[in-house]
Write a protein that binds this ligand. Structure first.
Ligand code: BGC
Length: 249
């Protein structure tokens, strides 16, 4: 049995938490899920983190938290689908005061990517990898030789005059009732734009839609290999705990 840490992943509708064996890259037991408080202010969400940590892992076990935000040195710089009051908040200082244990914050797609690259779809692969998560928006994580370049925001790359995530996210697919061929065409435009600038060796496609990878993968085109994420909606929780482990090392 390896070292056990807590991972938390904050989404627009739910906050998920799970104990993670960081030496095996897997969840121990199931995921706890609570509704995201509304409004999802720093104080309200930090209280949720505190309660989840107290109920799940004892004492001073470190915690990793994934937010839909750009985060530098523990300070939140953007907020997608969470309260704008997070912007400018020193999340790490606030959480460590409330939880009385080490807390690490990172972007949600970066967390998912860390899990996939180290233990999932990208393990045993050392080239350049871009993880893309298709959900409410498009999250991204960039890796080379297994190392994360944090806070890439490729979902905001401009495509036909708008943010790519406003054309090709899973939310837009549902809202505009796009079938897979129509949605895949938009994803192909996006991949072509990404390929032109970054030439990755592999894309890992995540988010809930990755469960249907077999249906849309034959429609996608890229010079890079395309793989489905392996951890599904557990990836953010697992990656957040792995990041908390890295910070201890
Ligand atoms: C945000 C990213 C986030 C992604 C997925 C985007 O809108 O800008 O920070 O990773 O959504 O939640």
């Amino acid at each position: 049995m390896g070292r056990e840490l807590l991972g938390i992943d904050v989404g627009g509708s739910s906050v998920k938490a799970g104990r993670v064996d960081i030496d095996a890259g897997r969840l121990l037991g199931g995921l706890d899920s609570v509704p995201t408080p509304s409004p999802s202010t720093p104080a309200a969400l930090t209280a949720v983190f505190r309660d989840l940590a107290a109920a799940t892992v004892p004492g001073t076990t470190p915690v990793g938290v994934a937010l839909p935000s750009v985060i530098k040195r523990g300070t939140v710089l953007t907020a997608a689908n969470i309260d704008a009051g997070w912007i400018g908040t020193d999340a790490r200082a606030l959480a460590e005061r409330e939880l009385r244990r080490p807390v690490v914050f990172l972007n949600d797609a970066d967390a998912a990517g860390v899990a996939e690259v180290r233990w999932g779809a990208g393990r045993d692969f050392s080239g350049t990898i871009v993880m893309l998560t298709f959900g409410t928006g498009i999250g991204s994580a960039l890796f080379n030789g297994g190392r994360l370049w944090p806070n890439s925001e490729f979902g905001h790359m401009e495509l036909k005059g708008v943010d790519a995530e406003l054309r090709a996210s899973a939310r837009v697919r549902t809202a505009e009732k796009l079938d897979f061929p129509a949605w895949a065409e938009r994803v192909n435009e996006y991949l072509a734009a990404m390929d032109k600038l970054f030439w990755p060796d592999m894309y890992i496609l995540g988010g809930a839609i990755s469960e249907r990878f077999a249906e849309f993968a034959p429609l996608l085109r890229s010079q890079a290999a395309l793989r489905p994420a392996q951890f599904g909606n557990h990836a953010g929780v697992i990656g957040a705990a792995l990041a908390a482990g890295d910070a201890q090392a």
